[in-house]
Ligand binder design. Sequence first.
Ligand code: PLP
Length: 343
Amino acid sequence: MSDVAVDLRSDTVTRPTAGMREAMARAEVGDDVYGEDPTVRALEERVAALLGHEAALFTPTGSLANVLALQGLVRPGQEVLCAADAHIARAELGVHGAVSGLTMRTWTDGPLALDQIRDLHAPDLGPFFVPTAAVSVENTHNLSGGAVLPLAELEELRAWADAHGIRLHLDGARLWNAAVATGVDMAAYGRLFDAVAVCLSKGLGAPIGSLVVGSADHIAQARVWRKRLGGGMRQVGVLAAAGLYALDHHVDRLADDHAHARLLAEACGVDTATVATNMVLVHDVDVAAFVAACAAEGIAVSAVGPRTVRLVTHLDVTRDQVELARPVLARALASTRPTAAGS
Ligand SMILES: *Cc1c(COP(=O)(O)O)cnc(C)c1O
């Protein structure tokens, strides 16, 4: 995209900062397939502890982290339940079925619909039916606009899962945003799940990198599957160093992204109470016209539904850029959704 002054499409568009690049250049490295990269090991140990689990494994992408997480919880021919708009169902292009042999059924009533989950749950009825092995939730929930799942409801899910022998997976690509928004400890979320995937390449601003977190046995198996799937990496301490740097420098500042998102929401007449973290969903717009009107003034936004646009704040969006974007967004909205203008 040329001539973009403010890129609000996604928090994946960040570029590594000078400080991060220095940390990457200085990183001690070794062959990580041999388990000899000290920087990768430091990152894995740090993130496992942060989430209250025994072990963690560095992966190139969050999608691979989700594959390795679910594969340890769900055997071929079993199913995972998830939200209809979960990243694992909508954005991982069928990998969980193709590679892991699991099936999915989905609930439609929001990011964590406990009643629907209880209704969908399929007990083991013998060899010719698919039993439910796991439930997967996303926190924050991307396609619901960065929504945070309430801790009390997650605890209720855990209690139900324990009573039914169900394993729990957390797609925590943006769990850092949830922790900063609520003040809930990462480990308080992490301990409720059997396996967790987290990303360093979203709000934390690393160029690449995710981790799958779980028990020592699960992660030992994930290490084998990562290699089998072509994800065994060598001197990747240079990448892990970016993640360690991000953990030191880019977590607390997520609060700025959340404040910026609320400012953008105000400009679009969106109720700031619906903005929990770093995303704003603007509903009921002529998407093509809105995106084009913004682009004409250097503001990049993305369409996420037939009448819904998403704005995402991140490390590379400054307060000045937010102030620059606000009137443009308001004008674009007024010209493409006339009935809402001035209301
Ligand atoms: C980005 C993201 C992932 C991982 O995506 P990759 O592009 O594979 O790193 C997983 N879950 C959610 C909710 C995400 O937003």
